[in-house]
Write a new protein. Structure first.
Length: 166
């Protein structure tokens, strides 16, 4: 598996603090706060022990994690699943799975599969959809979640549908 850039030691330390434990696989930070704090990480398809990692893009920013958890606890998963166009959601899942498949290195054994949050259909995890959106990918659920949270400043800045369609 080839990530564009491995995490720096400072990124590993920061993500360890955010997760409350060391990361179990390779990753790189793809979205940051202006001060360099990780917001979204891109995970390798396998953990260091060979276990498939279903979450390609992971939201690690504590403020956003809390805000999204509040949306989920208020029924946001079901609500957003019903509000978005199922064809757009299916396209987001397929694109996510294709990006991860491109990172697979042909090893034997189980491989991660599925779309956003490890599922092929519907909505499973708003955190994963927001991470996908913030990383610059077209995700109708993630863009709706982004409208409901206080993003603050991000690097790169939050995407818009206009930027994604060009």
């Amino acid at each position: 598996m080839t990530l564009e850039h491995d995490a720096t030691p400072a990124d590993v330390d920061a993500v360890t603090r955010l997760l409350g434990r060391p990361p179990l696989g390779r990753f790189e930070v793809v979205v940051r706060r202006p001060d360099g704090a990780p917001v979204v990480i891109l995970n390798a398809p396998w953990l260091d022990d060979g276990t498939p990692m279903p979450t390609l893009l992971w939201l690690v920013d504590p403020s956003l994690v809390r805000q999204v958890a509040g949306i989920e606890s208020a029924g946001g998963v079901r609500r957003l699943e019903h509000e978005v166009d199922p064809r757009e959601l299916a396209r987001a899942h397929a694109a996510y799975a294709a990006r991860r498949a491109a990172l697979l290195d042909g090893r034997d054994g189980p491989a991660p599969d599925g779309g956003v949050g490890g599922t092929r259909t519907g909505v499973k995890c708003l955190h994963a959809h927001l991470a996908n959106h913030l990383a610059g990918y077209d995700d109708p659920v993630g863009s709706r979640v982004a409208e409901e949270v206080e993003l603050g400043a991000l690097d790169p800045p939050p995407p818009t549908r206009d930027r994604l369609s060009t």
